[in-house]
Design a protein around this ligand. Structure first.
Ligand code: ADP
Length: 171
């Protein structure tokens, strides 16, 4: 029985949401170390730079002892192997996540059979939250408080100062 299981939680975190944070807090109790790893993938045209996304995570997770924040590019299984991680952690919100996650899991297992992908079901209160939807709603002037932290909301305001958010009085 391994006593020291290191898990990697990879993602775009563009931006970090309450759903991601819930998953991180829940999984930090399951593994001895959890590395939250921001994927450096410019093909996705992220709103926030990798450094900004790392900062958001560090701000939110500074007090969680066994969680660290990093970034990576290239093959996830290679990064995980370099970090001596045996688990890849992912979240499932709905059936729509399942198909893509299943494909990735099989591919990663083929590439590196020693690494298991572990899924946590999203907390029902956060299961509708995605970074993409948060950005869309914010862009259109909608209220995203409770979906992201106040500091992430402030970062959204500085990136997207238009619509109804210019004075910080989101509707
Ligand atoms: P990616 O671009 O890799 O999907 P994300 O940052 O959107 O990156 O998501 C990273 C992981 O977190 C994925 O496994 C995703 O399913 C999960 N996730 C995203 N939002 C939530 C949420 N609201 N609740 C639980 N898990 C989530």
């Amino acid at each position: 029985m391994p006593s020291d299981v290191i898990a990697i939680y990879p993602g775009s975190f563009d931006p970090l949401t309450a759903g991601h944070l819930d998953l991180i807090h829940r999984s930090s109790r399951l593994f001895s170390r959890l590395i939250v790893a921001v994927l450096r993938n410019e093909h996705k045209h992220p709103l926030f730079t990798v450094a900004e996304r790392v900062e958001m995570l560090e701000e939110a997770l500074g007090n969680v002892a066994n969680v660290e924040v990093d970034s990576f590019d290239g093959l996830l299984v290679e990064y995980a192997t370099a970090k001596k991680a045996s688990v890849i952690l992912r979240g499932i919100r709905a059936i729509s996540d399942y198909e893509f996650e299943l494909q990735m899991t099989h591919m990663n297992r083929r590439l590196q059979p020693q690494i298991e992908t572990v899924f946590l079901m999203a907390n029902e209160q956060y299961s509708f939250i995605s970074s993409k939807l948060v950005k869309e709603v914010y862009r259109l002037g909608g209220n995203v408080s409770g979906l992201v932290s106040p500091s992430v909301e402030a970062r959204l305001r500085s990136k997207l100062p238009d619509m109804n958010h210019s004075r910080g009085d989101a509707k």
